[in-house]
Design a protein around this ligand. Structure first.
Ligand SMILES: [Zn+2]
Length: 393
């Protein structure tokens, strides 16, 4: 089976190269805005969208960027427009993509050519950039995205296509309840706890944010405080992702089937303060688990979350519980932790006679190693929910 995986390496451009890379952002931003304006006018006049080819022609005239990079800007616009049309077809409201200020331009992509990876990273029109390859890149390289983080660090993100050999996992089947108290509770009563170092990093982030809020706008100290927040935020993201990778790897290797709730249906974290952080972690976790399971020969199954915490896993009686009720007690004599009961129900739904399982719908490509970062062209269209947001913790 062929699969797309991605690798993220830190790069160290010189001052001169950094200037050049930033110039690319600037040019990409201008090109995006120009193409968008053109598209809008074209649509007003003809009630049609320009074709990709037409946009390429304008692109060629408009910019001196390496052609693959500038075409990728046009490709992204086409993708956004297609998304907009698809949403409209479903009867939902959707507006044009938005014009971009320079701050929103944080990456650019070589879709095929224009770069070479050896001891250094060689970029067409820019030169050789120092790169730290902490892992071996496997497969056939497809794309390269150059990205600058708010902390000022630069990264090269490669996607590559590689053959994945699936094994057959002979482990147990397990249900998993994702929660707030613990990250996950398994139907065999094992618990995946939220790591403590993550909490620490989050506290540091909170502190940094507090410091920032006290600084005057436009001041030098505010700039410094902002950078501190960005760094702390990156650390939290990295720590969290590292944890998610480890947890998903372990599950995929240990069990033949892992059942979880389909969170798209009702979102477990409803009403919680750090909702989107949890949502992001879970969405990301599902993606990671999915591809790791593929490689480990195990299956991930998503079930309808209806009644998983209300129903008794022994006798099937449904009794409403408030979120504060942490223990499941039933008139049949069953007594166990609420999340354990839910995990048992999730497993039942996934393996029971009337299987309500749904297939996995991948939302975003996920990286395959430790401390990675989501590769997305989506982060430029503003669609990605996890990236490039101001911290909320
Ligand atoms: Zn019962």
């Amino acid at each position: 089976m062929m699969a797309i995986r991605s690798w993220k390496f830190r790069i160290y451009p010189t001052k001169e190269q950094e200037k050049e890379l930033k110039h690319y952002f600037y040019e990409c931003k201008n090109l995006w805005n120009f193409l968008l304006e053109h598209t809008k006018q074209y649509y007003e006049k003809t009630n049609k969208f320009p074709t990709r080819k037409q946009l390429y022609v304008i692109t060629k005239k408009k910019t001196k960027l390496f052609s693959q990079v500038s075409q990728n800007v046009a490709d992204k616009l086409v993708k956004s427009l297609k998304g907009m049309i698809a949403t409209k077809k479903k009867g939902k409201k959707a507006g044009f993509p938005r014009f971009k200020p320079i701050e929103r331009m944080k990456s650019f992509t070589y879709p095929q050519f224009g770069f070479k990876l050896n001891e250094q990273l060689s970029l067409s029109k820019i030169g050789e950039i120092q790169i730290k390859k902490h892992r071996e890149l496997k497969g056939k390289i497809k794309t390269l995205t150059i990205k600058r983080m708010p902390s000022g660090k630069w990264f090269a993100i490669f996607t590559a296509e590689l053959e994945v050999i699936s094994k057959h996992n002979k482990g147990q089947k397990v249900g998993m309840d994702l929660g707030i108290e613990h990250f996950g509770h398994l139907s065999n009563d094992s618990i995946i706890t939220n790591p403590r170092h993550l909490k620490k990093a989050e506290n540091k982030l909170k502190q940094a944010q507090k410091l920032l809020s006290g600084k005057n706008k436009g001041s030098k100290n505010r700039k410094k405080a902002k950078l501190r927040v960005a760094r702390a935020h990156e650390k939290v993201t990295n720590n969290r992702r590292d944890f998610l990778h480890k947890a998903s790897r372990k599950l995929a290797n240990s069990y033949s089937l892992i059942a979880m709730e389909d969170l798209n249906v009702n979102g477990l974290s409803k009403g919680f303060l750090a909702k989107h952080v949890l949502d992001c972690s879970w969405a990301e976790f599902r993606g990671m688990l999915h591809y790791k399971a593929e490689e480990a020969g195990s299956e991930v199954v998503f079930v309808d979350p209806a009644h998983t915490s209300q129903e008794c896993s022994s006798c099937g009686l449904i009794r409403k519980k408030t979120l504060a009720e942490r223990w499941h007690n039933c008139s049949c004599g069953t007594s166990m932790h609420r999340d354990l009961n839910a995990a048992k129900n999730i497993l039942k739904k996934a393996t029971g006679g009337h299987r309500e399982a749904r297939p996995f719908r991948p939302e975003t490509p996920v990286e395959s190693g430790p401390l990675p970062e989501k590769v997305s062209s989506a982060d430029e269209s503003g669609k990605s929910i996890c990236e490039d947001r101001s911290p909320v913790l």
